[in-house]
Ligand binder design. Structure first.
Ligand code: SF4
Length: 389
């Protein structure tokens, strides 16, 4: 098949084009930037063919498993940076909770909730340009305790890191560090002026030198071109990133991007598929904005991606975990790599996440159809928007 011919002739039937492209990748080949662009430009009528082809890649590396991650906004707001998408930046007027790093009990509460929600990974996220000594020490202290009690993997998202800070995190037992590229090198200056794409690359290199796994992804829907999305996916490939969270901009009132809402659910599916084709063996997580932008196509997204955040995002609310478990069960997929089950009951415990300031601080237990164990459905009704993680 002449793939290039198909790409430049959109009226040509492309029923098998994506399947053949997937076969090439499954055979150890790779796709070009123009082919990645063609995925983003593909017609709605090809969407199911594209998803089926991307599923072949997902299935080779991850079968029908789904990895769950749980986010803890361990420090909120108060950030001197100006990331235009983020409700926690100095230029945001969004009415979010603002607090310094949470104490030991709250971080442990979050770990317990992560384990109860069948997450394998507990993501400890702090706002800010870079961690200070107190924050690094807090992470060094809490991580061994969490691992001992709950057996969770730990992903730390602390901002820009030096090599010695990354080494300290590795020594404390942190498994991976999240630091998103967010967009392409060319477009980065349009979304932030207080640090650069190169600063972010430097942190990722420091993390790698310390022997930690890399979690890095991006946000689409910020006004970037399709080429920018492709460039970002290829940058992630060059870094051999193990885990890629793909966010869909949740345009937040009070941020410079408050009026950017143009993604369709099919755009999101095409972006997930393109990232999967470019990074076939990397874990791919449907991250912030999935409920808002994928909407009823969320299950289709899971045929491509193999990971989800369960519960709330940093300052925005996710759908109830019970809905995620139901979706996973309905697809015939299975949650994998669960952490050690905690002993305390989940009932009537504070959720402990960033939206705690605007909820009643309690959670009600709902049945978990996938695992026959209780899981919490947060009753938090916060509408405070937030950063994309
Ligand atoms: S994304 Fe991180 S560094 Fe940027 S403004 Fe938000 S909290 Fe600060």
């Amino acid at each position: 098949m002449n793939l290039n011919h198909s790409i430049t002739s959109p009226k040509t039937s492309q029923d098998s084009q994506w399947k053949l492209l997937a076969e090439r990748v499954l055979d150890g080949g790779s796709i070009s930037r123009s082919e990645a662009l063609a995925i983003l430009d593909s017609h709605d009528d090809e969407l199911l063919d594209l998803v089926a082809a991307a599923f072949n890649l997902r299935h080779k590396y991850f079968g029908k498993t789904v990895q769950l991650y749980f986010l803890m906004n361990a420090k909120s707001g108060l950030c001197p940076e100006d990331c235009h998408y983020c409700s926690q930046s100095k230029i945001s007027d969004a009415p979010i909770p603002k607090y310094s790093i949470l104490n030991r009990e709250k971080l442990l509460d979050g770990a317990r909730l992560a384990a109860e929600r069948q997450s394998k990974t507990y993501c400890i996220v702090i706002s800010g340009r870079a961690p200070n000594e107190r924050e690094i020490k807090a992470i060094e202290t809490i991580v061994p305790e969490i691992k001992q009690q709950y057996g969770l993997n730990i992903c730390a998202c602390l901002g820009l890191l030096t090599e010695s800070q990354a080494q300290r995190l590795a020594a404390a037992g942190v498994d991976k560090v999240n630091h998103n590229l967010n967009t392409s090198q060319d477009y980065y200056k349009e979304i932030c002026t207080t640090h650069t794409f190169e600063d972010r690359l430097e942190t990722l290199k420091n993390v790698r030198k310390a022997g930690l796994q890399l979690c890095s992804g991006g946000i689409i829907g910020m006004g970037e071109s399709r080429k920018d999305i492709v460039d970002m996916a290829f940058s992630l490939r060059e870094l051999s990133v193990e885990s890629i969270p793909l966010n869909f901009l949740h345009a937040i009132d009070g941020t410079p991007m408050q009026h950017k809402e143009y993604l369709t659910p099919r755009d999101c599916i095409r972006a997930l598929a393109m990232v999967r084709f470019v990074n076939p063996s990397s874990e791919l997580r449907i991250a912030g904005g999935r409920e808002r932008h994928l909407r009823s196509l969320q299950p289709l997204g899971l045929y491509i991606a193999n990971s989800l955040f369960v519960g709330d995002y940093l300052t925005t609310q996710g759908q109830a975990p019970s809905e995620d478990y139901q979706m996973i069960q309905d697809l015939g997929f299975e949650i994998t790599g669960q952490a050690i089950s905690p002993s305390p009951s989940a009932e009537n415990q504070p959720c402990g996440n960033s939206c705690e300031n605007s909820c009643n601080g309690s959670a009600t237990s709902t049945s978990n159809p996938n695992a026959n164990q209780s899981a919490e459905k947060s009753t938090c009704n916060s509408s405070t928007p937030g950063c994309c993680g």
